[in-house]
Write a protein that binds this ligand. Structure first.
Ligand SMILES: [Zn+2]
Length: 411
């Protein structure tokens, strides 16, 4: 890749290349089984760059969001850990922000309503914003009022003009996904009530680099934030970070709380983490320079491990038809000749194929029905949960293979 677009955060020309994964299929575009193989036009360049001016890590070229999210089938409620995590967050904010029946909680990218439901059940008015029609309908069916649109500054103005503002505004795993980040932040500024709290959860760039989580790089995922780069963007929209937490979810995430400048005090954890990031080198290109070669070396080891299993006559399947699975299988060239099927709990995916590599997706029960010798755990971020759910498979002699940061077997 010779030329990249200017930085989406600050406009600086030609950010530095961190990793180039080549042309890749859209990670969430689960293929219908009777369809022809994806034409090369269904694959798009996938490379990550670093802006030395504002420290923002981002993909070099984006794909039209309408194409990315039209057929989105990820259900947050498919994960028990996710639902529990959402409940604890809602309870904490109800207390901290003294929310009542006169308040309103909104969520950008509200999915099937798994988070807003916790507020709704306690009598606090909610409004979800979810662009995927199928998913928005599921939320509506469980009583969560949902606007089926992409979030934008324009939508935020229309909501405010209807008297709808947010005392708590959640943006979980969504600010990383909006290529026009300044339009989204203008929208947040518009719809947030004067003393409202913005709560952002987003994968932490430090987890990506330190734990080789390269499979979190896909076209939907435009930005890989540090607190430093995110705080810089928020400041351009008069929003100040008041608190920050590091979370284990998704392999390592940040939860950032922000409010309008002058409304709330900055907690001690903010300055601490900003200083820690500077010391760790996150603001310098050098921190990102070994990443691509480390990922390539991991690919060699994982392919070698799978080839050895096949040579020994072992049958191998995989678990978790998630976007990260698509990325790992395609980037490392691990296909249907190696993996018999991918098991997943989401019924919307059953019968489809993993994009690019075209491995069939089957219900989770297929693991026990087929008893493969080894199951490659593509959703390593839910390892504990999957292993617990699949204890019967392990009891009957099955083993999971966790691919990264270093291939390892459970048990
Ligand atoms: Zn920049």
């Amino acid at each position: 890749m010779e030329k990249t677009s200017p930085c989406r955060g600050c406009g600086a020309a030609e950010p530095d290349l961190v990793i180039d994964l080549g042309r890749q299929p859209l990670a969430n575009a689960y293929t219908e089984p009777d369809s022809a193989p994806e034409p090369p036009t269904a694959c798009f360049p996938l490379a990550v760059v670093f802006c030395p001016e504002c420290a923002l890590v981002q993909i070099a070229e984006t794909v039209d969001p309408a194409q990315l999210f039209a057929d989105y089938v990820y259900l947050s409620s498919s994960s028990d850990a996710f639902v529990a995590h959402a409940g604890a967050l809602a309870d904490a904010l109800i207390g901290q922000m003294s929310l009542t029946a006169a308040s309103r909680v909104m969520e950008i990218g509200s999915n099937d309503g798994y988070l807003l439901e916790h507020y709704h059940r306690q009598g606090i008015p909610v409004l979800g914003i979810e662009p995927a029609a199928t998913i928005a309908r599921i939320a509506e069916d469980r009583g969560i009022a949902t606007v089926n649109e992409f979030f934008s500054a324009d939508l935020a103005r229309r909501l405010r003009d209807h008297g709808l503002t947010a005392d708590v505004l959640h943006a979980n795993n969504v600010l990383a996904h909006l290529p026009d980040i300044h339009d989204a932040l203008r929208g947040i500024e518009t719809v947030l009530s004067p003393s409202g709290r913005l709560v952002v959860e987003t994968p932490y760039v430090r987890a990506l680099v330190d734990h080789l989580e390269f499979d979190t790089i896909y076209h939907e995922h435009v930005f890989y934030y540090s607190l430093s780069s995110l705080a810089g963007l928020l400041a351009q929209h008069d929003l100040v970070v008041v608190d920050v937490e590091r979370l284990a979810v998704h392999g390592g995430s940040l939860r950032v709380h922000a409010q309008r400048a002058g409304v709330a005090q900055e907690g001690p954890r903010v300055a601490e983490l900003l200083a820690e990031e500077k010391d760790a080198g996150l603001l310098d290109l050098a921190y990102y320079e070994q990443f691509a070669s480390s990922v390539a070396a991991l690919g060699e080891r994982l392919r070698g491990c799978l080839a050895a299993l096949r040579t020994e006559g072992h049958r191998v399947a995989a678990y978790g038809a998630a976007a990260k699975g698509t990325v790992l299988l395609n980037a490392f060239g691990i296909g249907a000749g190696v993996i018999e099927f991918v098991a997943d709990r989401n019924p919307l995916k059953h019968g489809r194929l993993m994009p690019g590599v075209r491995i069939p997706i089957r219900p989770a029960e297929a693991i026990l029905d087929e008893m493969p010798d080894v199951v490659l755990l593509l959703v390593w971020n839910f390892a504990a949960e999957v292993v617990e759910q699949q204890q019967a498979y392990i009891d009957r002699g099955g083993r999971f293979l966790v691919p990264l940061p270093e291939p390892r077997f459970i048990p």
